[in-house]
Design a protein around this ligand. Sequence first.
Ligand SMILES: Cc1ncc(COP(=O)(O)O)c(C=O)c1O
Length: 407
Amino acid sequence: MANTSSFTPLELMRLPLVSALRDEFVGRPLSSLRTPALLIDRVAFKENCAQMGAKVDALGLRFRAHIKTHKTPEGTRLQVAGGARSLVTSTMPEVWGVLEAGIEVDDILYSLPISSDRMEDVNAAQEKAGRTVIRVMVDNAEQIAHLAAAAKRLGRRAPWSVFIKVDGGGRRAGAPPRSAQMDALLQAVKAEKAVEVYGFYSHFGHSYAARSLDQAGEYYAGEIACVNDAAGRARELGLGGDWVLSVGATPTAHAAALGAATPGGLNGTLELHAGCYCLNDLQQAATGLVREGGLALSVLATVVGKYAERGEVLTDCGALAVSKDQGPTPGFGRVVSKGHEGWSLGRVSQEHGVLVKGEGAREIEIGEKVRIVPQHACLACACHPWFYIVAGGGDEVVDVWVPWKGW
Ligand SMILES: Cc1ncc(COP(=O)(O)O)c(C=O)c1O
């Protein structure tokens, strides 16, 4: 019996749910599931992790796995088994979940720029984490002042270990490497003993626009140049350290794994990070860098209406099953069920999803079930309370994974 005394309320709710769902669903045919149902092929997931890990290892680089796509202990374990010794999370329940599951890694990065209301959480997580270091992200000098005040308030013994977030053109989070914001941040860190720079971090979300290895390789080179430049600026301002330069998004990590050039002579040790690579989706497929058999995620849907004159059918797979994410492939998803290729999810509203017939596609009848690959794995997973696990394309449930929800 696990010692539940240290579990968070969310975990205390999740654990009985996991057992009940496994009792109910393991061994059942997919045709018996209530839809929409999110399916993960564990064999493809495991292979995606193993291949990424082996390739990054062969390049002599470190690998940090983001777990926000699936947010599950089972998925995290497969990423760790694939060679990830470090993790990235985007919520505290992911951090707590990893610690409560006893998954051993060197460090966990809580990757949203740190705000005062999360510092106590991170500090408490660190006390529970033992030798696993919990790192935080900063991109503004004001956060350094908040971290210093929190260190005093919480009686923190070790300095906060921070990654400096660098904006390489994505304009989401981060300070541009050569900017007044970056200089102010570096000066603040230099003056503050309660904070220690572990490295420089870039997430090149705009690399999703790549359509070939060459293009993804250019984003990869640009991403390395941007963190390296930020670290160079830190040295110019008199900061010293043996820093990690962490770069990645699934397209740039795929580019590195598939042979894009990795420069040497950098201002730190290069590390790759990625999250979506374990599942993949239509956006990743559009880059042309996903291996055959690498799409591990689909949503099972039921056809509930038919409109022969307009060449469309209605499914129960709306925006609440796949999200409203779009990409270079038209629509919100693509049907991959054998015999029903050629249909795409053309329009979605809350619970309605309209499938549009492509040229040469076979008719689909009311009551049939189809598997749809969504545009983006992260938000599609977030739509579902739990995931049905299949193995090697099989049509029976072999496990149920329940994600760490909440913030
Ligand atoms: C901070 C951070 N790092 C890494 C990633 C992983 O990117 P991807 O899912 O493209 O691999 C994300 C995704 O949004 C992110 O926000």
